[in-house]
Design a protein around this ligand. Structure first.
Ligand code: SF4
Length: 292
């Protein structure tokens, strides 16, 4: 079995039949129609690209597939999340959004609605960093957060488990795990790499080897194991002081978590929820599971 998952536009479902799929479309009825022929075991999740499309077809779909809703303009469009709350009756739902000015409000609304959250943070501008740290604190400590806030959750668990997982994998941009298929049928690493010739062929390995060879900021970074140079794309001159502070907060939270767990006689998921650090999952709901 091909170990790669493919993030495909709904028009290419047929061409990728039999593979592990993430299927995206602007319209929920288009998604439902195309997916009736897919083995549910092959479907990782569906992604709804428009907040303005009718959601009823997906809301009423009998098969409880994980759904990701794309919120491209979080500051302006977060009120549209309310009409998507009905999806939760049948599906686990995650909202993806770029880290842009005003995204904090969208995170708080999405969390209040019990949506999971995926933050897309490429090379954050200095003016959003205050919001990033506010959201990080909110996701780690606020009792209303009952679903994962990625990529924070993935990194927290990477530090906690001391596993070699990088942001590339957590953010579904590791080409050994997932390929993004453009609307034109070209396989690339992720939308961040759109328009970059040969981005997939040259692979993550080559990019990371080049970062090490140039002996810049990455080669002596204490977070290389969890980051792998993620923030050096697309501009290698990007300065990582702010993002290193995010890693630092999460590493410290993982250490606190480990200490708290050690104070309990049994390290069960119930224990994690009891101490209020790791989010719980409502019974009977599937999350959009990470690829790692
Ligand atoms: S945080 Fe920056 S310097 Fe450190 S590994 Fe990531 S991209 Fe490189």
């Amino acid at each position: 079995m091909d170990p790669i998952a493919y993030n495909v536009p709904v028009s290419m479902v047929e061409a990728y039949r039999g593979r592990k799929l993430i299927v995206r479309a602007r319209d929920s009825s288009e998604l439902v129609k195309a997916l009736t022929e897919i083995d549910p075991e092959d479907l990782l999740y569906v992604k709804l690209l428009s907040l303005d499309a009718d959601v009823d077809a997906l809301a009423n779909w009998g098969f409880g597939a994980p759904v990701e809703v794309a919120l491209y303009r979080p500051a302006a469009d977060f009120p549209k999340l309310y009409r998507h709350a009905k999806l939760l009756d049948k599906h686990p739902v995650r909202v993806s959004m770029p880290v842009s000015t005003g995204f904090r409000k969208a995170v708080k609304v999405a969390a209040a609605l019990n949506f999971g959250i995926k933050l897309e943070l490429s090379q954050p501008a200095p003016e959003v960093m205050d919001e990033v740290f506010d959201v990080l604190d909110f996701s780690l400590h606020h009792p209303s957060v009952s679903q994962p806030v990625e990529f924070f959750q993935g990194l927290l668990m990477a530090f906690y488990d001391q596993r070699a997982i990088t942001l590339w994998a957590i953010q579904e941009e590791d080409p050994t795990l997932v390929h993004y298929v453009t609307d034109e049928g070209i396989e690339i690493v992720s939308p961040r790499f759109a328009g970059t010739p040969g981005a997939l062929a040259s692979s993550l390995n080559e990019f990371q080897n080049a970062l090490m060879a140039e002996r810049g900021e990455c080669c002596c970074c204490e977070f290389w194991e969890q980051c792998g140079g993620y923030f050096k794309w697309p501009r290698r001159e990007f300065t990582c002081d702010g993002v290193k502070a995010i890693f630092g907060v999460l590493r410290e939270a993982a250490q606190d978590l480990r200490r708290d767990i050690a104070a309990y006689s049994e390290s069960t998921p119930e224990t994690l929820r009891e101490i209020g650090v790791v989010s719980g999952v409502p019974p009977g709901r599937r999350r959009i599971s990470r690829l790692v």
